[in-house]
Design a protein around this ligand. Structure first.
Ligand code: PLP
Length: 363
C-alpha cells in the first residue's frame, strides 16, 4: 500500500481532477440513504442535473455506476429482442454501444465512420426506415470528435434518440430537450469535475412510456428506479438499492459550483482553454488528429511527433511533472495522445503547464 498518493494533474481522457468542493464533500458526515436530509440533497442533485442536461425531464437522476452503466441502462430499457437499433460508430464508445445493444437481442444496424470524423447525420438517418432506437456519441473520447446531436434529433423520425454525453456534459453545449434527446447518459468524472462512480441519466416521459416493461436487468429497471429518486407516483422515496450517499454529496457540491458559475460560462471556459491548447500544440509543430471544425475543446487528440516514443514521453510527463495524458485507442494507441482539460482543469494555467511540459518531453 503506498503511504502517500501522488497528487497528479489528470490531463488525460478522464478521470479529471475534481472540483475542490466535490472532493471536500466526500469527507462530509455520512447520512443514511433514507435520511430526510439526504433525500433533499438527492432532489437538489437531480435539479442540478436537469440544468446541465438542459432538460425538464422528471426522470433525471444519478445512476449508481459509471458511464457504461448509463449506457447499459439506456439500451436495456428501450430494446427488446428483434428491435432495430441504428448506431453511429465513429470511435470506441460507438462500438461499445453496438455490443451492448446486441446483448439486448436487438438487430444492430451499424453505421461506420472513419475515426477522427464526426457522424454523418444523413447517412445515419437513412440506414433503416423504422428503427426503434437511433444512438450516437456526442463527444467521442477515443478520437476527440464532437458530433451534431441536434441535427440527428431533427431527423430521428419516430425512433428514440439515445445520446452518450459522458464527455460532453458540463463541457460542451448540451440541450437535451431542444435537441430531441429521448434518453441520455453521462459520467461524473470528466467535465462535471467529480470522481468516477455515478452516471447522470435522463429519459423523457414519452420515452419512458415506450420502455421495455420488464427489462432483463433488475438493477437498471427504470420502472423501479423511479421510486428510488422519489415522487414517481406521487409518493416519497422508496428503497431500491443503497444510494452511494457520499458520491451523491460530491456530485451535488460540483453541480452547485457549476450552477454558480453558470453552465454556459462553464462551456465557454472549456472552449477557451481547449482552443488555446490546440493552437499552442500546432505552434509547436504538432498535428491535431480530429477533423478540423469538429474538435472537442475538452479532449484534444494530437499526433505523436515522428521520432518520439509515445509511452516514454508520457512516462516522462508523469515522472517529472506529475502530468497524466492519455495514449490513443486501438490502431492509434502509439501514434495519438489524448489530452483533457476538463472541469477545474479547463483554464489558462493548465494550458501553460501542459505546453511547457510537452515541449520538454518531445525535445
Ligand atoms: N462513453 C464515453 C464517450 C466515454 O468517454 C466513456 C468513458 O470514458 C464511457 C462511455 C464509459 O464510461 P465509464 O468508463 O465511466 O464506464
Amino acid at each position: 500500500m503506498p503511504t502517500m498518493i501522488p497528487n497528479r494533474h489528470l490531463f488525460g481522457p478522464g478521470p479529471s481532477n475534481p472540483y475542490p468542493e466535490a472532493t471536500a464533500a466526500l469527507g462530509y458526515p455520512l447520512l443514511g440513504h433514507l435520511d430526510p436530509d439526504f433525500i433533499t440533497r438527492l432532489d437538489n442533485t437531480c435539479e442540478g442535473l436537469r440544468r446541465v442536461w438542459g432538460t425538464t425531464n422528471s426522470r433525471t437522476l444519478p445512476l449508481s455506476g459509471t458511464g457504461s452503466l448509463g449506457m447499459e441502462t439506456a439500451f436495456v430499457n428501450t430494446l427488446s429482442k428483434g428491435d432495430v437499433a441504428v448506431i453511429a460508430v465513429n470511435g470506441l464508445f460507438g462500438q461499445r454501444m453496438c455490443e451492448v445493444a446486441s446483448r439486448c437481442g436487438a438487430e444492430v444496424v451499424r453505421v461506420d465512420h472513419d475515426f477522427g470524423q464526426p457522424i454523418d447525420v444523413e447517412r445515419v438517418a437513412a440506414a433503416h426506415p423504422n428503427p426503434t432506437v437511433i444512438a450516437a456519441v456526442h463527444a467521442e473520447t477515443s478520437t476527440g470528435v464532437l458530433s451534431d446531436i441536434k441535427a440527428l434529433g431533427s431527423v430521428k423520425g419516430d425512433a428514440l434518440l439515445i445520446a452518450d454525453a459522458v464527455t460532453s456534459i458540463g463541457g460542451s453545449e448540451l440541450r437535451a430537450d431542444d435537441w430531441g434527446i429521448d434518453v441520455g447518459y453521462a459520467g461524473t468524472q470528466k467535465c462535471l469535475g467529480v470522481a468516477p462512480g455515478l452516471a447522470p441519466f435522463t429519459i423523457s416521459d414519452a420515452a419512458f412510456s415506450r420502455r421495455v416493461e420488464t427489462p432483463q436487468s433488475w438493477y437498471m429497471d427504470l420502472g423501479l428506479l423511479g421510486g428510488y429518486v422519489g415522487g414517481n407516483s406521487g409518493g416519497g422515496r422508496t428503497y431500491h438499492h443503497t444510494a452511494p450517499v457520499a458520491m451523491v454529496a460530491s456530485l451535488e457540491a460540483a453541480l452547485d459550483r457549476i450552477t454558480a458559475e453558470g453552465i454556459e460560462n462553464a462551456w465557454a471556459r472549456h472552449e477557451a482553454a481547449g482552443r488555446k491548447l490546440q493552437t499552442g500544440l500546432q505552434d509547436m509543430g504538432l498535428d491535431l488528429f480530429a477533423a478540423e471544425g469538429h474538435r472537442l475543446p475538452q479532449l484534444t487528440t494530437v499526433k505523436v511527433p515522428d521520432g518520439v516514443d509515445s509511452a516514454a514521453a508520457r512516462a516522462f510527463l508523469l515522472t517529472n511533472f506529475d502530468i497524466e495524458i492519455g495514449g490513443g485507442v486501438g490502431e492509434y494507441a502509439d501514434t495519438v495522445w489524448r489530452i483533457g482539460l476538463m472541469g477545474p482543469n479547463a483554464n489558462d494555467a493548465s494550458v501553460a503547464l501542459l505546453l511547457g511540459a510537452i515541449e520538454e518531453a518531445i525535445k
